[in-house]
Design a protein around this ligand. Structure first.
Ligand code: AMP
Length: 514
């Protein structure tokens, strides 16, 4: 692979800004009045925020934890953290106190930024954990972060960074105790962004509809880096609104979504061949795209969705071909991206022939540095010859296409968000009257999978399913709360005494059938 000079990721993105810095870089699509941000605004705004961080005299590579609503200013904050040589730590803004307390305790951020409405509880958690600086940032351009940055200079020289220096930490889930912070370097992110720019053939006139959250690898890295590294304009949605997105398709060329977004768009009568005709590329990832959705999209729009596969620890790994469009195969995630090593091994670490199912392992400049403060866990996830075990199970067919058939770790992906059953079971098992529980994912037409809990009551106790749901809603992010709870007297187990989750999944598989 071609070697690129080592540099700060922001500097590399900045070098791709168009010559006309007064052209629009981002246009907001869901504010009362559209806001237009020029490339100069991104450069100056992120410089001011970087100078604010610089004025705090933080040690190099301090973590900046961000639990805010999506906004262009939040994107500028990300760029500012890169510029200042610190480490960006985005948090899903649905996370609640017990979850945020874990992340702050684990990552020990020097700075925490949150929405004003959450300042009370988040600042309390942060100050208790020793964080010195807590700012607020709202999606209407208000908050103490912007107030404090307003008096800073709008010139800033990005701090030199090596390819191996940390740029971001992405927590792989919201579990208390088990969640792992994937450490991504400037080199990881830049190499992947460059590969995707070429592979998806970003064009000079591209316009991206950005409708994904920016606390996750998909919206923050794949989508934002894609547009920035190509100097392309973004039509920016702070919240996904299918009807409004359909209205803007005629002005755009690239859209990226999780499968749930495609299902919602298909429910819009306005989605037609005509509205999609200027579009060049629809990309899906983060969860399996049902073949049904892939085909429905083709019939309705005349476009073939390009499905790709990646994860927080590695950013993007595989992609269906860009050209010819007819080579994009539904139900598969395509081929390894240039520079990415991909193999499928059996449980004894032996390579499997084409078509056989096994563990997916990967290697490449995009593969993360390890889990934050978990050297043993990191070592466990790499093979002796240093390939990363993705935890996904799949097969590579004779033509080289990878198909993902499942996840070895029972992860549930609902609406593009990851839910680890063990975490939800932990909360349920602590409730009075509960003997044990099992949480599984079952097919759901809208979310891909829905979380379902089966709860065993203690003898002689009456348990209320709605009460369990109500209590969980107070404890954890909404997307993790089971859509249905069943109370029963025992769980199915195998001869070894292990709970048979496959049996539960089967029992409940048609629960949400349309
Ligand atoms: P995350 O770290 O949140 O991005 O989640 C990564 C996991 O999402 C992967 O390990 C896969 O299990 C799953 N995933 C991502 N993209 C796809 C895809 N296109 N098809 C199936 N699963 C996917």
């Amino acid at each position: 692979m071609r070697q690129h000079p080592i540099e700060n990721l922001y500097a590399a993105l900045r070098a791709a800004f168009p010559a006309d810095l007064d052209a629009t870089a981002i246009e907001t699509a869901d504010s009362a009045q559209p806001q237009y941000y020029t490339w100069r605004d991104l450069e100056r705004g992120s410089a001011m925020l970087a100078n604010l961080l610089g004025s705090l005299d933080l040690p190099a590579a301090s973590r900046v934890a961000v639990h805010t609503d999506k906004s262009v200013e939040a994107l500028m904050l990300y760029l500012a953290v890169l510029r200042s040589g610190h480490v960006y730590l985005p948090l899903n803004n649905a996370y609640q106190a017990s979850e945020v307390a874990y992340f702050i305790g684990n990552a020990e951020p020097a700075v925490v930024v949150c929405a004003s409405r959450n300042f009370g509880w988040i600042s309390q958690l942060a100050f208790q954990a020793g964080t010195a600086h807590v700012y607020t940032l709202n999606d209407d351009r208000t908050g103490t972060l912007l107030d404090r940055a307003a008096c800073q200079s709008d010139q800033q020289q990005p701090v030199p960074r090596g390819a191996d220096d940390l740029a971001a930490i992405l927590y792989t889930s919201g579990t208390t105790g088990r969640s792992k912070g994937a450490m991504l370097t400037h080199g990881n992110l830049l190499s992947n962004a460059r590969v995707l720019k070429e592979h998806w053939a970003w064009q000079a006139n591209d316009v991206l509809i950005h409708a994904l959250p920016i606390f996750h690898v998909h919206g923050l890295f794949v989508a934002s880096h894609g547009a920035l590294l190509n100097g392309s304009r973004m039509i920016w949605f702070n919240r996904f609104d299918p009807a409004a997105v359909v209205e803007r398709l005629t002005e755009a060329t690239v859209f990226m979504g999780v499968p749930t977004l495609y299902v919602r768009l298909l429910a819009e009568p306005g989605l037609t061949r005509e509205t999609c005709s200027p579009m060049r590329l629809f990309i899906s990832g983060s969860a399996p795209l049902l073949l049904e959705t892939f085909k429905a999209w083709q019939t309705r729009t005349d476009h073939t969705i390009l499905e790709r596969y990646g994860m927080s620890e590695t950013t993007m790994l595989t992609s269906n071909p860009y050209q010819p469009e007819s080579a994009r195969r539904g139900g598969t995630v395509g081929f390894a991206l240039p520079g990415v090593g991909l193999r499928v091994h059996d449980s004894k670490g032996r390579p499997l022939p084409a078509g056989e199912i096994g563990s997916i392992e990967v290697k490449g400049p995009n593969v993360f540095k390890g889990y934050w403060k978990m050297p043993e866990k990191t070592a466990d996830e790499f093979t002796t010859d240093l390939w990363f075990r993705t935890g996904d199970v799949g097969r590579i067919d004779r033509d080289g296409y990878l198909t993902i058939v499942g996840r070895s770790k029972d992860l549930i992906i609902t609406g593009g968000y990851n839910v680890y059953p063990a975490e939800i079971e932990g909360y349920v098992n602590e409730m009075p009257g509960v003997a044990e529980s099992a949480v599984v994912g079952v097919p759901h037409p809208d979310f891909g999978e829905a979380v379902v809990a089966v709860v065993v009551r203690r003898p002689g106790v009456a348990l209320d399913a709605d009460g369990i749901v109500a209590q969980l809603k107070r404890q954890i992010a909404n997307f993790k709360v089971p859509k249905r709870v069943f109370v029963c007297d025992e769980l199915p187990r195998n001869a070894m005494g292990k709970v048979q989750k496959a049996v539960l999944r089967e029992q409940h598989r048609s629960l949400f059938e349309a």
